[in-house]
Write a protein that binds this ligand. Structure first.
Ligand SMILES: *Cc1c(COP(=O)(O)O)cnc(C)c1O
Length: 458
């Protein structure tokens, strides 16, 4: 019998996260004075226990018991052999994926929303604010806040708020509050609406609003939460790759190629970082973060210092960036429309340890439909960007006659993204290619900022 699912028991679930900061060199985040930011400067924004994790260089960090307990609602997540896809493509490659669509909100994001809500609660915080693109992160934080009895306020990028109304409904079921961004509730939001009342919004703008709403609460009981990009988020997501490693060991496999879609970089990093550790120590692996051609952060934008948000509330982060004022075209993979990228992922790209790829949304949707028909799960449009690259790699293995092992992350399901599928079937999805002039114009915003150094970790 060709079984497909490789499982772990609860006892085999990893008890520690892997912190890549123990193994790579990083440029520090910089404050408004151009000097490295002190952890204290971040304390109005995040609780101190999370700031400590953000800057920690300990290689292994214990997962709290309370977090493991909530994880066990859906974890350990299965590793699946994609036999249906292998057969459809007649490829000699053996293809495996982590199924992160099984969490209650339907994506990998609760791997970090749960510990973030836990640490905020432990620090005495009563209310959390955040932004959301497609709505996945807002749902993940609302779910986690419900688990720990915290209030949750979400600023949702306008275009997704209109495209995906049921995401707001889900947040409300879990007790969260959700408004479209830009909103009239913040200075940052009002300033944007004054200039451009019809703006589709952007993650950069929504982040500004959520930070302002947290810092502006004079009771001191509100903090902000970010669903991707930052070091502690990448840390929490490594549960994906650590589980995958154990599962592959059970079937005596090791990946030649690792693929994940990249918006802020967290689901990709979660799967890849435990294997990047091996690559730093000499192992041969091809590792591909995949992004939309319409928002080509890693493939087209340089490694610079830039703000994480449009109103420039965040420190300067060393990352690939299209510019903090960039408003990406309204593609359907809302979770991949971010101007920047995780500093750790950016650092690894700058060093040549990762090889980024870009695909169009029509290529992504076509691959998503093939995978839905062969593997059963209807993928989120974000996930489909990884799937397009998986199909390319599987076909390449066939041409070369190579028995490669391909590992990828199924970051979420698309059951609340069916409108995107309708548009695809109707032939209405437009592929946006940004001109080099448009990119250069967007990038002008950081021309005068300091430049990061090109560091080498191995
Ligand atoms: C948010 C999201 C992404 C993109 O975010 P990353 O931080 O890059 O992982 C990808 N897939 C799904 C399903 C998402 O919800």
């Amino acid at each position: 019998m060709d079984f497909r699912k490789i499982t772990l028991t609860e006892e085999e679930m990893p008890r520690q996260w892997y912190n890549i900061l123990a193994d790579i060199k990083m440029n520090p985040p910089l404050g408004p004075d151009g000097q490295p930011v002190s952890p204290d400067a971040l304390s109005p924004v995040f609780p101190m226990n999370i700031i400590e994790q953000e800057v920690s260089t300990e290689r292994w960090i214990d997962i709290p018991e309370e977090v493991l307990s909530v994880y066990s609602i859906w974890r350990p997540a299965p590793l699946v052999r994609a036999r249906g896809l292998e057969k459809a493509l007649d490829t000699p490659a053996r293809i495996y994926f982590k199924n992160e669509s099984l969490s209650p909100p339907g994506s990998h994001k609760p791997n970090t929303s749960v510990p973030q809500a836990y640490y905020n609660k432990a620090f005495g915080i009563e209310r959390m604010t955040t932004e959301t693109g497609a709505g996945q992160w807002g749902c993940a934080l609302a779910f986690a806040c419900a688990q720990f009895g915290i209030e949750c306020k979400v600023f949702m990028v306008r275009v997704s708020f209109d495209q995906k109304p049921y995401r707001k409904s889900m947040m409300e079921v879990w007790g969260g509050k959700c408004v479209a961004s830009p909103s009239l509730e913040t200075r940052a939001g009002r300033a944007i609406l004054e200039k451009d009342p019809d703006t589709p919004g952007s993650l950069g703008i929504a982040i500004s609003e959520a930070i302002e709403a947290a810092v502006g609460d004079t009771s001191g009981k509100t903090r902000y939460s970010l669903g991707s990009v930052l070091n502690h988020v990448m840390l929490h997501q490594t549960i994906i790759g650590l589980e995958a490693k154990k599962q592959l060991e059970k079937v005596e496999e090791y990946p030649d190629v690792i693929i994940g879609c990249a918006g802020g970089g967290s689901n990709f990093a979660g799967l890849a970082f435990p294997f990047v550790y091996d690559k730093i120590h000499g192992r041969q692996i091809e590792i591909y973060p995949v992004e939309p051609a319409a928002c080509p952060t890693l493939t087209k934008a340089p490694f610079v210092y830039d703000h994480g948000d449009t109103a420039r509330y965040t420190p300067l982060l060393p990352m690939h960036s299209l510019g903090h004022a960039f408003v990406p075209p309204p593609v359907h993979a809302g979770g991949l429309r971010y101007h920047g990228m995780s500093p750790t992922v950016s650092q690894l790209v700058d060093e040549g340890l990762l090889s980024p790829k870009a695909v169009t949304q029509n290529e992504a949707m076509a691959a998503g439909i093939l995978l839905a028909r062969t593997e059963g799960i209807i993928p989120a449009p974000e996930t489909s960007h990884a799937l397009a690259q998986v199909v390319i790699e599987a076909k390449k293995a066939k041409e070369e006659g190579k028995e490669k092992v391909i590992l990828f992350n199924w970051s979420g399901h698309g059951l609340l993204d069916l409108g995107s599928y309708d548009k695809y079937f109707a032939g209405e999805l437009v592929d946006f290619e940004l001109s080099d002039e448009a990119i250069a114009e967007a990038e002008a915003v950081y021309a005068d900022f300091p430049k990061p150094q090109h560091l080498k970790s191995r």
